[in-house]
Design a binder for this molecule. Structure first.
Ligand SMILES: [Ca+2]
Ligand SMILES: [Ca+2]
Ligand SMILES: [Ca+2]
Length: 231
């Protein structure tokens, strides 16, 4: 598996993926970027926030459905069942990689916001360019429409289509919207820093998604409910 990513040529644009999964994400994103984006400005993204917010919250029932023992988190076994049910045929290794990448609290249990990020990554990785948005890939048409919006937003930000959003690209995206305003650079920096979780100067799609769940407050919603003191 993963044979596709072992290209011998080094990436032209200089950023080396930090994991196999990241490499796959970047590749899928680059492929997707060829189709372009429907967004014209950063404002377009902001305007979509409420709709995305609502739609992601509606994913709560998907989460509950797959949280078989109803303990408020999805464990690796439950995730496996979930992907089977969605007819997603990833290898064991791929599932483990995905789980580890999204289990940011690192406690072998996936909270709602982590699960959303995971599903969205699955959506990106599963997408077959040949079957473009023609049909639901995972049997979750509403969620998928939102995932598509998020992918589209990332493609908009990733100006040079290398699968990452750099600080410059963020500044560029925001400047396109707020022409000539002095504060826009600072806003861009702040947004960028919020997204660049590991502070390595590049934002991956995964980081972007986590930032998104924070911006619309999905992770807070989780913390209020809490109940994860004990394992
Ligand atoms: Ca569970
Ligand atoms: Ca880029
Ligand atoms: Ca980063």
């Amino acid at each position: 598996m993963g044979g596709v990513i072992t290209k011998s040529e080094s990436p032209r644009k200089g950023w080396v993926p930090e994991s196999k999964l990241e490499a796959k994400m970047v590749e899928a994103m680059q492929r997707r970027a060829l189709e372009g984006t429907s967004l014209k400005s950063f404002n377009n993204i902001i305007l979509k926030f409420p709709k995305i917010d609502e739609s992601l919250r509606n994913c709560k029932n998907i989460f509950e459905q797959f949280d078989e023992n109803a303990n408020g988190s999805i464990d690796p076994e439950e995730l496996k069942h979930c992907l089977q049910k969605l007819e997603i045929s990833f290898s064991e290794d791929e599932i483990t990689d995905l789980f580890e990448a999204c289990d940011i609290r690192d406690n072998m249990g996936m909270k709602f916001n982590e699960f959303i990020v995971l599903l969205c990554l699955v959506y990106l990785l599963k997408e077959d360019p040949a079957s473009l948005h023609a049909k639901s890939l995972m049997g979750l048409p509403n969620a998928e429409a939102t995932f598509e919006t998020l992918v589209d937003a990332f493609v908009f930000l990733d100006k040079n289509k290398d699968g990452y959003v750099s600080k410059n690209e963020m500044v560029q995206a925001i400047n396109e919207t707020v022409c000539g305003e002095r504060s826009s650079g600072r806003i861009a920096m702040k947004r960028f820093e919020e997204m660049d979780w590991d502070k390595n100067g590049m934002v991956t799609f995964k980081e972007f998604l986590f930032a998104f769940t924070r911006w619309i407050g999905i992770d807070e919603m989780e913390e209020e409910e809490d109940g994860e003191d004990r394992v």
